[in-house]
Design a protein around this ligand. Sequence first.
Ligand code: UT7
Length: 323
Amino acid sequence: MIRSVVTGWGDYLPKRVMTNGDLAKLVDTTDEWIIARTGIRERRIAGDDERTSDLALKAAEAALSKAGRKAVDIDLIVMATTTPDETFPATATAIQHRLGMTRGAAFDVQAVCSGFIYALAVGDNFIRCGQAGRVLVIGADTMSRLLDWSDRGTCVLFGDGAGAIVLEAAQGQGNVTDRGVLSTHLYSDGRRHDALYVDGGPGSTRTTGFLRMLGREVFRHAVTNISQAIEDAVAANGLEASDIDWFVPHQANQRILDGTAERVGIDPSRVVSTVARHGNTSAASVPLALCEAANDGRIQKGQLVLLEAMGGGFTWGSALIRW
Ligand code: UT7
């Protein structure tokens, strides 16, 4: 059986730091409120001339370098983003061009904060079907461009960033001892549109629009949906939550991370949390946390890593990987 093994990873955060104190000068909020309700202490904001593709390119280059691969070795780029440089073409094609890759294919996937899990699932399926041997999966967003900086309920939550991994085909036995992606589970529920959306777009207002969210509603569904995605992943592989070595969740809110881990029975010491330093970076969130734990030596070869995310749509999902 063909498996998709993670052979490289990389990330990038813009230089500009925006603290909770900086936000308190813009809206009626406090450092204490933001930390207590979200765990976020600071976030990064892309420069005025910095595009989503600029962030993504740096993460992609780092991932390729870690994998010991060149752009010409890659068959496919799947990029998750909600904040493309332009409405079209796909930002993935800008990355393809800037990496110097003149063959293969590149396209974007849109699933907001779940984007990286979706893109990973697409890349994994291309590999397992034999249609691609090496796939660059990217999650990158400049959510700061979609924020209403007068809405304290949303502007304190998000930040900008990028992360990427390289997936490569490898022969496996077809059981949970295999290295690589063991399973992906994707879900969506379009009835929840109004809880989290952008009030504009080329097909409606012809403007970009601003992010709108019913925070409490999203919070409630987040813990339930994410827990279900985790339980499905674990059960599909005949495992228990206690078998998971590292839980790498979408970094939206520390309370959601804690609530989910408690509900499904994952020990807090196994949870990778980076939300304090970059807030919710949408599609970049999972790979940013993954890179940190892989780079600092927490995630070791052969360990079981569970990724999950939930976002607008609603969309949500999980991926179980043996590193
Ligand atoms: O990736 C998926 C996308 N999003 C998420 O996962 C986010 C999910 N939701 C959340 O993380 C939380 O719901 C929030 C952090 C957004 C809000 O926390 P909460 O505990 O659900 O607060 P709340 O919305 O129930 O608001 C409580 C109070 C309200 O005041 P009143 O009505 O009780 O007087 C808000 O107006 O907090 C107020 N509030 C703020 N106060 C200070 C809302 N935002 C702020 C703020 N600073 N930034």
